[in-house]
Design a protein. Structure first.
Length: 135
């Protein structure tokens, strides 16, 4: 993750705005404190995992696959029919879901079946709730 440095002119503009929206006694300390918060959040592992999760499930086809696999394991040809997409397209979406360990596939004869790893999926949902819940 690349953390960019704010250019000096932009820093000065931000500091002026900060002082106008809040009484500031030591603008440099406030500015450094706010930058530290930003850097910590940029590199926070939990936040990055949530971003990865949303990036993967934030796709219509993948959400449909997850929804279909909630109730029953399915083979790729069933998913092709449900989504009306080609096998390569389905395989791409399945690989993305597998990267996060949300689904697993196995061979049964000449077909590959997939199931939703509900416990892993629920762990992501619990992590999201924990990180983003307000008290």
């Amino acid at each position: 993750m690349v953390v960019r440095q704010i250019k000096t002119k932009r820093q000065n503009d931000i500091k002026k705005m900060l002082c106008s929206c809040d009484e500031c006694k030591d603008i440099n300390t406030l500015f450094i404190s706010l930058q530290r918060i930003g850097k910590e959040l940029q590199t926070d592992t939990k936040i990055n995992q949530i971003v990865d999760f949303f990036s993967v499930v934030g796709n219509r086809e993948r959400l449909i696959i997850i929804n279909v696999l909630k109730d029953k394991d399915r083979c790729v040809c069933e998913l092709e029919t449900i989504l009306d997409k080609s096998q390569p397209s389905i395989s791409h979406h399945l690989r993305e879901l597998e990267k996060l360990n949300l689904i697993r596939g196995w061979k049964k004869g000449k077909f590959t079946y997939y199931s939703l790893l509900k416990e892993n999926f629920n762990q992501y949902l619990n992590q999201i709730k924990k990180e983003l819940q307000f008290d």
